[in-house]
Ligand binder design. Structure first.
Ligand code: ADP
Length: 679
């Protein structure tokens, strides 16, 4: 932190993007600080740019060409006359060189001293430091000897299972669990490789793998005068791929004595490195015993749950400390009030190993936000693109209740009304997580998702009423396409539009849908003209729907973007969004997703041969190479989107010039995949 005490911050540069940039701005602007944002090509229209007082362009979309370029960010800080920089989390937040360069330029760093970042930057060295400060550690080896045979000996000494970690690792990368002697060497080599590739450092440590721990971390804060407090704990045990998805404070089933013991140990850790500002000390907790894991020298993603239970604004605290002020409250003045939970909404596919997804947020309906009770931190709005360049987190939903039970029911309610279409997200998965009985009982561990995977990962069969809603909406969509094509016609019969699509030749049609679990659903739909009671604004249509051998008579109409339908004597309504043949169905019973398989009676939008991506997806196979001579219709590449494969075929005879992507790459809709010269 800047040594010049009590210097007021008036112009704050936020060296970050997305939800955390927006969140920092909200607090800074509230206390009269002018906020300066940064943006890359992909972020020109981003929310953090719109909400800033001014914004500076820093380069191309990949973070390594913009948000991670120390010289560029520093130069903007100087040119924009920023007197302070807040790094947020991720990007440059734990880059000691950046923190040093800023302070050398006379700019306040809203973060801890460079020496503290350095001390905690390596898991091995931080463990050595904590050992000295008498903070309890997971038993293991964290020394300098990196000889593979020596490391293997250490692993055996610790006793199986053992966790091998890249010392410079983060985000769950570079970790391997070793269960037996024959796995040791392969794990050492793999972690070294991952450490080197991801962090430029192949140093490893090994520790006892605790089989069913909880992840409990302590929020600490220190000012420049050496005063420190802990703002209690957060339980972040619910993780996938060693990354957090649900966090809460206070930790369930946790005693006051444990809270105090861990709080004091965390503060001891912070004091041992002359810490300043906000920091988090992470522990593994195993049946009343706790072990230091690492300290994160920045604001954490999950800091809002701490804010909700303490009533404090941690970003304001950070700014005050950076200005040289004392901590706003002493330990005695801090109290836990109620209970808070946070869920992270990611653009990812839980049914596909949580791989990130991309796309356009065609439809966003937020839960009802209530001051102090339901909060949503986000950096995107409807219509925004989730690009492959940055972290796939869309938002954080944070709720508060007087006690854990009330908090949980508020969370369930909020999750139920949160709708996102256009991008596959983990929303349904999160709804399932918070409905697991063990979660309600606070019986959590880092193994939670594995333990309950049967309940969490399988999308159950699509409810009949969701399928009916999809059919009705799909018919309305076809009708409006038909109408547009026949704009000059003025038909009062709503299905006239469809006849232009040759839909009513037999008045009976088969629609084919695929579920996310690759089940094919064929639905026979018969149109019965619905002249009765119809007005042009919301015609009432009657359909006969046959599915799985059962026949249903359905009446349907559109109302306020909702499709309303009557089946078995009951009217229901749903919101169905259709984009690129994917249908998202939402109603107050939940969410379903279906993909519509084009059939002959519909006009093909699928290109016979186009070299651009038909939708957001992943390249899974490449069947051509530069220089190759191909014939029109040859399959050149296969991409996968929404669990369906799409063949990219040559539109003409010619020669391949360039293949623009590799296997495994995420591509955006309409990205050029292959360049080719016509014969
Ligand atoms: P990263 O810096 O990559 O996030 P951490 O060291 O913070 O890695 O660990 C991330 C997660 O991995 C923890 O929250 C915990 O779930 C698991 N983990 C780490 N160390 C151990 C261990 N010794 N035993 C069991 N689980 C562990």
């Amino acid at each position: 932190m800047n040594m010049s005490n009590n210097k007021k911050i008036t112009r704050l540069l936020i060296a970050n993007r997305g939800e955390i940039a927006v969140r920092i701005m909200q607090s800074a602007q509230k206390i009269g600080i002018h906020c300066i944002a940064l943006y890359s090509d992909a972020d020109q229209n981003a929310m953090h740019v719109k909400q800033a007082d001014e914004a500076w362009y820093i380069g191309a979309s990949p973070a390594k060409d913009s948000y991670l370029v120390v010289e560029t960010v520093l130069q903007v800080a100087k040119d924009a006359q920023a007197d302070a920089i807040h790094p947020g989390y991720g990007f440059l937040s734990e880059n000691a060189g950046f923190a040093q360069a800023i302070q050398d330029a006379g700019i306040i760093w809203v973060g801890p001293p460079v020496s503290a970042i350095e001390a905690m930057g390596s898991k091995s060295e931080s463990k050595a430091l904590m050992e000295k400060a008498k903070v309890p550690l997971v038993p293991g080896y964290h020394g300098d000897n990196q000889d593979e045979m020596f490391l293997a000996e250490q692993v055996k000494k610790i006793g199986f299972p053992v966790l091998i970690k890249a010392s410079a690792g983060g985000g769950g990368k570079g970790m391997r669990v070793v269960e037996s002697e024959d796995e040791i060497m392969a794990a050492i080599k793999a972690s070294k490789r991952e450490g080197l590739n991801s962090f430029g450092d192949d140093k490893l440590l090994a520790e006892k793998y605790i089989t069913r721990p909880r992840h409990i971390e302590i929020q600490v804060f220190m000012d420049q005068n050496g005063n420190g407090v802990y703002l209690f704990e957060r339980d972040c045990s619910i993780q996938r791929r060693h990354q957090k998805v649900v966090e809460e404070a206070p930790a369930p089933q946790f005693s006051e004595q444990e809270r105090q013991a861990m709080g004091e140990a965390a503060l001891q850790a912070a004091k041992a490195i002359n810490y300043e500002g906000a920091g988090t000390v992470e522990f593994l907790y195993d049946n009343g015993t706790f072990y230091f894991m690492e300290m994160n020298t920045r604001l954490q993603v999950e800091h809002p749950v701490t804010e909700m239970i303490t009533g404090q604004d941690l970003v304001v605290w950070q700014i005050k400390v950076a200005q040289g002020e004392s901590l706003p409250l002493t330990q005695d003045q801090l109290h836990i009030h109620g209970h808070a939970m946070e869920v992270r909404i990611y653009a990812e596919d839980p049914d596909n190993d949580f791989l990130p997804t991309t796309g356009t947020l065609d439809h966003l309906q937020l839960p009802k936000l209530i001051q102090g009770r339901v909060r949503l931190d986000t950096g995107v709005q409807q219509g925004d693109e989730v690009s492959p360049y940055y972290d796939p987190m869309i938002s954080k939903l944070i709720v508060w209740g007087e006690d854990r039970a009330q908090c949980l029911s508020t969370l369930k309610q909020a999750l139920q009304t949160y709708q996102i279409a256009g991008v596959t997200t983990n929303l349904s998965f999160l709804r399932r997580v918070v409905n697991v009985d063990a979660f309600a009982q606070g019986d959590v561990s880092t193994q939670f998702i594995e333990e309950f995977d049967q309940q969490l990962l399988k999308q159950s069969a699509i409810p009949l009423h969701h399928l009916v809603a999809a059919v009705c909406q799909h018919m309305f969509n076809l009708e409006s396409i038909g109408k547009k094509r026949r704009a000059s016609d003025d038909y009062t019969n709503p299905w006239h539009g469809l006849s232009s699509l040759r839909l009513n030749q037999a008045s009976k049609h088969t629609l084919r849908f695929n579920t996310k679990s690759d089940e094919t659903l064929d639905v026979d739909v018969t149109l019965c003209n619905g002249h009765n009671n119809q007005t042009q604004a919301s015609p009432l249509i009657e359909l006969q729907i046959a599915f799985n051998g059962d026949h249903h008579t359905v009446k349907t109409r559109k109302h306020d973007n909702q499709v309303q339908y009557e089946i078995n004597g009951q009217w229901r309504s749903a919101r169905v969004i259709e984009h690129n043949n994917i249908l998202w169905i939402y109603d107050n019973h939940g969410e379903s997703q279906l993909s519509y398989v084009q059939s002959d009676f519909n006009q093909h939008t699928e290109q016979a041969g186009s070299l651009t991506a038909p939708m957001n997806g992943t390249i899974i196979q490449i069947d051509s190479s530069p220089g190759q001579v191909v014939k029109a219709g040859d399959v050149l590449m296969i991409m996968e989107a929404m669990k369906m494969e799409h063949a990219i075929k040559a539109p003409m005879d010619g020669t391949i010039k360039e293949i623009c992507f590799n296997i495994g790459d995420l591509v955006n809709e309409s990205a050029m995949l292959i360049e080719m010269d016509e014969a």
